[in-house]
Design a protein around this ligand. Structure first.
Ligand code: FAD
Length: 292
């Protein structure tokens, strides 16, 4: 199916974007990579009469790493993140290759993924595990909020009509010994998650967990972080017994729905398996760095 007719603008500055948003209001939609919006328009699930393509805002396509953390422009493409090297944030590179297929990864952006707020999207889970926050800008103000507050409901965020998501900020991890895994069950390669689990763990020199982040995709109406499970990990030695205990807890967090991808019970069970598998792999990786 073809989308309904629309006007297309490609502003060069954020000020121009704000002007267009003010002029066209609800009729306008921001276009980033187009990998969620355009399919929806083709299916006539969305019919904006104006598209504001923000792809020319070059300053939103790069990242800056400082002592405080990593600040990523909202227009960074999945592919760029997949091929970037940020040793302090291994979860980013773990997650990116799981998103869709190379064609989608070449066009889709991290900001577009968050703004679309699909509960099964991979970045939501990974960035919640990383404790990320977002920067949102409009003509009158810049606001920052925890990603957790940004996700309001199914496909719904805290973005107001005149606002643009501009940056995603990830705080520096607690220790240099930071390990990560992204585990995803999909029906076929490139599909959205039946269940996705993002894990990042920072270990102290004696193997105690200094910081833990566990994000989940498709386990609730919004991507969410399994805080109870995270708090069971912190301050304790990472051992097979602890891993068993917390993976059980993780499967009880969230509120998955039964759908054509699987029953709620199956999804909980897979979440348990993934948390156990991911943490066991991290433990093994840490032990191998100790004996090297
Ligand atoms: C075949 C296929 C398979 C896919 N598989 C996966 C998958 O396995 N995992 C996964 O996570 N994703 C998957 N996706 C989605 C993909 O990751 C999209 O790239 C992403 O969800 C949207 O990013 P985008 O840059 O393309 O945004 P767009 O499609 O351009 O925009 C999406 C929405 O966000 C708004 N928006 C975009 N950027 C901003 C901004 N900076 N500020 C405010 N609003 C903004 C738009 O107005 C629109 O409402 C898949 C997509 C396709 C087509």
């Amino acid at each position: 199916m073809f989308p309904s007719a629309f006007e297309y603008y490609a502003p060069k500055t954020l000020d121009e974007v704000y002007g267009l948003l003010a002029q066209y209001g609800d009729e306008a939609k921001i276009l980033a990579g187009g990998q969620s919006l355009l399919p929806m328009m083709k299916l006539r699930l969305a019919a904006p009469s104006v598209l504001i393509d923000i792809g020319s805002l070059g300053h939103l396509s790069s990242a800056t790493e400082t002592a405080e953390g990593l600040s990523m422009g909202a227009l960074m493409r999945h592919k760029t993140i997949e091929t970037s090297h940020w040793p302090h944030y291994p979860l980013l590179r773990e997650t990116a290759p799981w998103i869709a297929d190379p064609l989608v990864r070449n066009r889709g952006t991290i900001g577009g993924s968050l703004a679309h707020a699909d509960p099964a999207a991979d970045w939501g889970a990974a960035l919640l595990a990383l404790g990320a926050s977002v920067q949102i800008e409009s003509r009158d103000r810049i606001r920052h909020m925890a990603l957790e507050e940004f996700f309001v409901d199914l496909y719904t965020t805290a973005l107001e009509p005149q606002e643009v998501l501009t940056r995603i900020v990830i705080p520096v991890p607690a220790t240099a010994a930071t390990f990560a895994r992204y585990l995803k069950l999909e029906r076929k390669v490139g599909d959205f998650a039946v269940v996705g689990v993002a894990i990042t763990v920072s270990l102290a020199i004696d193997g105690t967990v200094a910081q833990a982040g566990i994000g989940m995709a498709a386990m609730s109406g919004v991507p969410f972080a399994a805080h109870q499970t995270e708090s069971l990990l912190v301050g304790r030695q990472l051992t097979p017994a602890l891993i068993k205990e917390v993976s059980e807890s993780a499967s009880q967090e969230g509120d998955p729905e039964s759908d054509r991808r699987g029953s709620a019970e199956y999804k909980r069970s897979m979440a348990r398996v993934f948390v156990e598998r991911g943490l066991s792999q991290i433990l093994q990786q840490w032990e191998s760095t100790q004996s090297a």
